[in-house]
Design a protein around this ligand. Sequence first.
Ligand code: OMP
Length: 277
Amino acid sequence: MTLAKLVSEIKRKKSFLCVGLDVDLNKIPTHLLETEDPIFEFNKQIIDATHHVAVSYKPNTAFYEAYGIKGWQSLDKTIKYINTNYPEIFTIADAKRGDIGNTSTMYAKAFFEDLNFDSVTVAPYMGSDSVEPFLAFKDKFTIMLALTSNKGGLDFQGKELVDGQPLYKEVLKTALTWKNSENLLFVVGATKAEYFKGIREIAPNSFLLVPGVGAQGGSLEGVCEYGINKENIGLLINSSRGIIYASNRTDFAEAAKLEAEKLQNQMATILAKNNIS
Ligand SMILES: O=C(O)c1cc(=O)[nH]c(=O)n1[C@@H]1O[C@H](COP(=O)(O)O)[C@@H](O)[C@H]1O
């Protein structure tokens, strides 16, 4: 996958929606628990019902790792299902990895080569040599945490350095100087809409993965006010629980479809308002 392809899909579908596949067996409809692989069955139906309005899917690996080998197999089946049936979709392994260089290379192999995801989320705390091994993979993307959606996100990320600028701004500026930084995207939470203006001054053209609309209460319009880039759009807005748990009954896929379509409608309006076609 290339970012140019992603941009053309966004324009074709008039959508920059990323559906989060954070599957919790306690929340899915009970009739699925009778099937051989409830997690995969749930994902398959959600994907089939929403792919026409989504450009990306983001399984958070925690929700699969929690179920051991079976969970990992469900993740493997899910990514294969997307890659086989909907190859135009941009896939994100939300794993928040990052370690010393040789270890990061193995994490990158796991997600880019074995599972064949287009991208993986990483934490920047260990610095350049923990992220550059991910960036070295051609046509694969590394999505680094910059300013996260959670309340505690500001505990460290918002701390002012000696020159008075917050840590997350230093993280953005420095990361953009790293080797192969054209393969770098950033996470910025939708609950932090008021920060997008400053972030776009530092990273005007970077793609931003923006979780936090839906269950966490972030505002799509608020994010887009300064977050949208008129050339490449530059945004992937993620909603997980707000879409996949819209209903816990047999109509769950239809309910997810309606929620995803609602967000896509809002996105189409925003694209039109910005004269992006
Ligand atoms: O990296 C992420 O995706 C992420 C970063 C962040 O700052 N906040 C955040 O919520 N996320 C993830 O995005 C998803 C949000 O899920 P919902 O709140 O259910 O829409 C979860 O998988 C989170 O782990």
